[in-house]
Each structure stands twice: as structure tokens, then as C-alpha cells.
Design a protein around this ligand. Sequence first.
Ligand SMILES: Nc1ncnc2c1ncn2[C@@H]1O[C@H](COP(=O)(O)OP(=O)(O)OP(=O)(O)O)[C@@H](O)[C@H]1O
Length: 253
Amino acid sequence: MITFKKVNKVWPNGKSALKDINLKINDGEFVAIVGLSGAGKTTLLKTINKMVSISSGEVIVEFDNQKFEINSLKGKKLRNYRKYIGLMSQEYNNIESQTTIKNVLNARVSKLNFFRTLFGIFSDSDRITALNNLNKINLLESAYTRVENLSGGQQQRVALARTLTQEPKLIIADEPVSALDPILANQVMQDFKKINKEDKITIIINIHHIDLALKHADRIIGLKDGLIVFDGSTKNIKNKDLKIIYGNSYENL
Ligand SMILES: Nc1ncnc2c1ncn2[C@@H]1O[C@H](COP(=O)(O)OP(=O)(O)OP(=O)(O)O)[C@@H](O)[C@H]1O
């Protein structure tokens, strides 16, 4: 579970990006954070792995009977905590000259000893995990293809398989489909949904494509100017809520 208690973020230039955020995200939820550019979506997401430090309040993440008070995490404790958090973004962060399987296995590098890291020797169980994750998102036949020969959608799915191979407790994804055409974006969202439902991994995703958020996520959090202006089930969101999140521009979306 992730809990935000009265969280504020004020940037050094005085810009208030998060204002008194109170939020609970339960294990296994698929949450889409939506809002206009500059609403605070990225800032909110990045407080979860402390890529952004909050100015006041508390962010608490709990799993497997462990409780992490994010703002007090530093050094080795922060690095260990981050191993549980899968981070994805618009960039696929693949090594394009390497094969798909090698890119996916790169998620296990931090678990190898020095000798194995030096020679890139992965265990059979690591390889099986990587291949299983590629199979899960229908990329098994591309396991030995160089990533530079894959489409953007496939490359983002390689990134997803790599993130899964990290065995995260939750995945935070900042605009993971914004560089993709609508068909590929929909396919990648389907993969996120599959992983959320089958592997029961909590997924929190920032997304500009409201249609995809409504189609795939269970819960929508609408931000506007650093404030939560909507928080509820995707099924219950109404046009009037979308107008509050997006203003009159929603009419033209
Ligand atoms: N490093 C920073 N220094 C100062 N202000 C920042 C910084 N990062 C973000 N901001 C400001 O904080 C506010 C929220 O930005 P944020 O990137 O979280 O919005 P967003 O909803 O993710 O926008 P987008 O959809 O364009 O990515 C904006 O006004 C932005 O200009």
C-alpha cells in the first residue's frame, strides 16, 4: 500500500507542484494519473521512489510486512528500496545493439556477483525468468532479435519485460505510451493490464491519452495545478469530472 499524507512539493523557484496530497493506493490496483501538462503528475509519481523529495508531509510504502518512510530513506536503504520499484518512462532505455533477451536479463545484473557481472554470465533460472516474461507479453519469438530491429511498441514491451524481470512490488510508469501511435499504445496498455491482473503487481501510470486510461485502468486520479480534483473508479467518472480535470479543453480532445 502507498499512503500520501498531506504531501506538498515546492520547487526551489517557489512553484508549488503538489498541494496537500492525501492518497491511499492499495496493493494490486491499476491507477492512471491524468491531467493537463504541468498539473504535477510526474512530480507525484517520482515522490514514490524519491527521485523527487517532498517539502512536507509523508509518503509511506508498505509491502511484505515492510514499511518504508520514503523521505527518510538514504544511501544503501534507498538503493535497496528502489530495487522493488519498477520504473518506466517514455524512453525505452534499451541497449539497442543487444538482443531482446540480453536487455531483459540486464534487470538481473545487480543480483550477480562481480565475476558473473564482468562476463555477463546469467544463471539458468534468470534466463527462464526472462524468457517467461517475454512469453507473457508475446515477445518470445523476438528473444534473439537485436532490439534496434524492433518497432517502438515492441521496444517498450522489452522495457516492460525487463522491469518485470527485476521482480518489482510495484511499477511506476511516466508517460510510457506517449511516443507510440494509438494502436501500439493500446497494445502496450493491454500488456500493463495483463501484468497487473495476472501477476498482481500494482501499476501507477501517468498518461495523456485519456481514452486509454479509461479503457484499461481501474482507478483515475485527476490532478489540476497540484491538487487532486478527481479520485475514483474508472467506471464512475463522468464528463463533468473530465471537464474539471481538463477544463474546457476537454471538449476538444
Ligand atoms: N525541477 C523543477 N524545477 C522547478 N519546477 C519544476 C521542476 N519540475 C517540474 N516543475 C514544475 O512543477 C509543475 C508540475 O510539473 P510536472 O512535470 O510534475 O507536471 P506534469 O503533469 O507531469 O506535466 P507533463 O504532462 O507536461 O509531463 C510544473 O509547473 C513544472 O513546471
